[in-house]
Write a protein that binds this ligand. Sequence first.
Ligand SMILES: Cc1cc2nc3c(=O)[nH]c(=O)nc-3n(C[C@H](O)[C@H](O)[C@H](O)COP(=O)(O)OP(=O)(O)OC[C@H]3O[C@@H](n4cnc5c(N)ncnc54)[C@H](O)[C@@H]3O)c2cc1C
Length: 413
Amino acid sequence: MEEFDLGIIGAGPAGYTAALHGAGTGKKVVLFEKNEIGGVCLNKGCIPTKAILHVSEVYNRIKNCSDYGISVSDVDFDYSVVLERKNKIIEKLRKGIELALKNSKVTVVKSEAEILSEHEILSDNTVYSCKKIICAGGSSPKIIKGLEFDDEFLLSSDDILNLEKLPKSVLIAGSGAIGLEWARIMSNFGVETVLIELAPHLLPAADIEVSKRVERILKSQNIKYYTNTSIQKIEGKTVTLSNNEVLNPEIVLVAAGRTPCIPDKKFDEVSYIGDMAGEIQLAHYAIKQAVETVDFIPFNKNLTPFVIYGTPEIAWAGKREQDLEAGTYQKSLTLISSLGKAHCDNETEGFIKILVQNNKIIGAHIVSSEASSILQQLLIAMQFGIGPDKLKEVCFPHPTYSEGIFEGLYKLK
Ligand SMILES: Cc1cc2nc3c(=O)[nH]c(=O)nc-3n(C[C@H](O)[C@H](O)[C@H](O)COP(=O)(O)OP(=O)(O)OC[C@H]3O[C@@H](n4cnc5c(N)ncnc54)[C@H](O)[C@@H]3O)c2cc1C
C-alpha cells in the first residue's frame, strides 16, 4: 500500500491549492482528479466565462466606438474563434498548474477516488494510505424541478459552454453572478436576451442600491428583465412566465445556483472544503479554505469579496445597507461620473458606496469600471481595521477610479 502524508480528492482551486501548500511544507502529497486538472473554475467556470465575456465586450466596444472618432464598418465575429481562444487559455493555465504540481513533486492520479476510511483512499484498484485526507469534490449546476436540463433547450452553465454557435435568443433564469454574466455576454454579441429573477430585485445577494443600479444599467443596455418572476410552463419551446408573458427563446439557461457534490458517507477526520462545503461557492473562498486547512492560517469569511464581471464591474464585501439598523452607521456614495478618469474612458456609470460603523469600514459596494481592484483597496482597510481617518492619509493617484474612495471618505455622514 502506498503511503502519503496528505491525500486530496479533486483538483479544482481548493484541491490543487491544498496540494501545492502541503507539498510546500514538505508533505508527501497525492492528488486525485477524475476529470481535468483545474476543476470547474478553470474548465467550466471563472476562466472560460471571462474569456468569452472579454471578447463580447471588445466586440461591443468596437461597434460603438464612433464617440472616440473611430469609424469601423463590417464589424463581425467568428464564435468558433472565440471558443478556440477560450480553449487555448484554459490549456495554457492548466499546463501551468500541472507544472507547478510536478515541480512540487505532488503525485497526481487521473482517476475517480473514493474515501474508504479516515485514512484510506481507493482509486483505480489501488488503496492509498494517507495520514490526512482532504475532500474537495466541488459542486454541480442545481437541478430545478420542472426545469431539468435536457442538453438542447434547457441548459446548465456547463451546457452553454458547449454551444458551437450562439442562439438568436435566450431566456436566462436566475440573476446571480452566472446569470448576469451570461446575460451580458449574450447581449454584447447581439443575442436577444431576457433575464428573470424570482426575488424582488436582480442580484438579490447584493446591497439593495447595487441591485437597483444594475437594473437601471440593464435597461440602458436594452437587456430585458423581469423580477418577482419564474417560469410557469414550458410547451415545446414556448415558455410562459409567472407574469403571463409568453416567450419563444431558442434556449433557456437555468442559472439557479449550484449543489455541493457531497459523498454518500462522510468521515469525521476528513476535511471537506471548497464548493463541496456548501458555504460560499467562489474560487477565492475555496483557495483560502485550502490554505486554512493545510497551513492553519485562518481568514475572515465575513470579508469574502464578490465580483460580477462585465461593463461596469460590480464588486462588494462586508455588510449590506439593508442589514444595518438605521442611525447606527455612516454612509458615503460617490458617483463615478465625478471622476476625471471615468470621463476619459467613457465609463461614467456607477458609484462607490462605503459603510462605516464606529470609525470602521464595514461594507464596500462598488459599481464601476475596475470595481474589483477598487474593492481590494477597501478590503485591506476592512481586514486590518484601518478606519476612514487613517485611510485619508493615503495619497491616491490621479486620475484613477480609486480617487472615488478618497472622495468618499470626506463625504461620510
Ligand atoms: C459559470 C461559472 C462561473 C464562475 N465564475 C467564478 C468567478 O468569476 N469567480 C469565482 O471566484 N468563482 C466563480 N465560479 C465558482 C468557482 O468555479 C467555484 O467556486 C470553484 O471552482 C470551486 O472550487 P473547488 O475546488 O471547490 O471545486 P471544483 O472547481 O468544482 O473542483 C472539484 C474537482 O473535483 C473533482 N472530483 C469530484 N469528485 C471526485 C472524485 N470522487 N474523484 C476524483 N475527482 C473528483 C471534479 O472533477 C473537479 O475537477 C464560477 C462557477 C461557474 C459555474
